[in-house]
Design a protein around this ligand. Structure first.
Ligand SMILES: NC(=O)c1ccc[n+]([C@@H]2O[C@H](COP(=O)([O-])OP(=O)(O)OC[C@H]3O[C@@H](n4cnc5c(N)ncnc54)[C@H](OP(=O)(O)O)[C@@H]3O)[C@@H](O)[C@H]2O)c1
Length: 295
């Protein structure tokens, strides 16, 4: 199975790249800008022609949630039109497509976890651009599988876990938002979920049960403040383990972009369809620490 993954320097793409050759016959080709720019359809079509993938994973996105409030056109160019270009090229080449999306398509006002058919109502530009991307993907590629995930972290790039560890190295107390709840998700687990999806999409072309939206996240819902405490509990450095977490409100934190108070995703549809049970936060954080090397 050869996968073409778009978004080379991203967390999920790098996790997928790390699976290259991990089992017989698995080849993961990862491409990003400038070679493959989702805003340039010619570069997408050329990459598909050159690499003959069995399945395409679009992990490219404009993910700077706060900056997107100002850079609206840039966010939509990648997350909406860019996603549509990828879907059109994949459909034209007759290739299955997995497109990654986000919990931020929801407004967070639901009291329980979000299922795939819940109405979307994004609170910020990033979420709105991703929601428009989902719509474009569905209209361009009838067989596309859209995988919504949440609060992604990994040993790669910039994310909440790495930021917490960096800040804890030089602060005894950190003020962390305690009134947003979600499910932190390891990029490595997303990569494994993408592989499970790709296998089925390739083996069962045209199976309508594999099309449309699926939710995938790790199996533990908590607030950012609780997440920080779980990170510090598992850190190897005793000084970091003693870091105090002071809870603050979303309002006091004052980020430019609004965020949902609850963005917990229900994963039953994914589990029932693909027979894969998402790991707990504890399990995926332990894997993170087994790979993490402080810089
Ligand atoms: N991060 C999260 O917490 C989170 C939460 C929920 C859902 N998601 C979704 O999960 C997916 C993967 O997220 P991630 O955290 O792995 O993202 P990430 O680390 O921010 O990486 C995004 C990647 O997209 C690439 N990219 C941006 N514009 C591009 C373009 N025009 N053409 C090609 N590549 C482009 C970036 O490349 P450059 O280096 O060239 O900029 C980067 O490699 C995305 O769909 C995201 O919306 C993420």
């Amino acid at each position: 199975m050869r996968l073409l993954v778009i978004g080379a320097t991203g967390q999920v793409a790098q996790s997928l790249a790390s699976l290259n050759g991990s089992e017989p016959g698995l080849e993961v080709v990862v491409l990003g800008r400038p070679q493959l720019d989702v805003t340039q359809p010619d570069t997408i079509a050329a990459a598909i022609t050159t690499n003959h993938p069995d399945c395409i994973v679009n992990a490219a996105a404009y993910t700077a949630v706060d900056k997107a409030e100002q850079e609206i056109e840039a966010a939509y160019a990648v997350n909406a039109s860019g996603a549509g270009h990828v879907a059109r090229c994949a459909a034209a080449a007759g290739r299955p497509l997995i497109h990654l999306s986000t919990d931020y398509v929801f407004d967070g006002r639901k009291a329980t976890s979000y299922v795939e058919c819940d109405p979307v109502n994004p609170l910020n530009v990033y979420g709105a651009s991703k929601e428009e991307g989902e719509r474009q993907v569905r209209s361009e590629h009838a067989g596309a599988l859209i995988l919504r995930t949440s609060w992604v972290y990994s040993v790669y790039g910039s994310n909440f876990v790495r930021t917490m560890l960096r800040l804890a190295a030089s602060n005894e107390t950190l003020k962390i938002v305690g009134d947003q709840t979600g499910c932190p998700t390891s990029a490595n687990d997303i990569a494994r979920a993408c592989l499970a999806c790709a296998r089925r999409l390739i083996a069962e072309p045209g199976n309508p049960d594999l099309n449309g939206i699926f939710h995938f996240c790790n199996d533990t819902a908590l607030t950012w403040a609780q997440f920080a405490e779980r990170i510090f509990d598992l850190a190897g450095d005793p000084a970091i383990r003693e870091t105090n977490v002071e809870r603050i409100t979303t309002e006091a934190f004052g980020a430019p972009a609004a965020r949902p108070a609850n963005s917990v995703l229900a994963t039953r549809k994914f589990r029932d369809t693909f027979g894969l049970t998402p790991a707990t936060l504890q399990e995926s954080l332990q894997e993170f620490f087994s790979l993490y090397q402080p810089s």
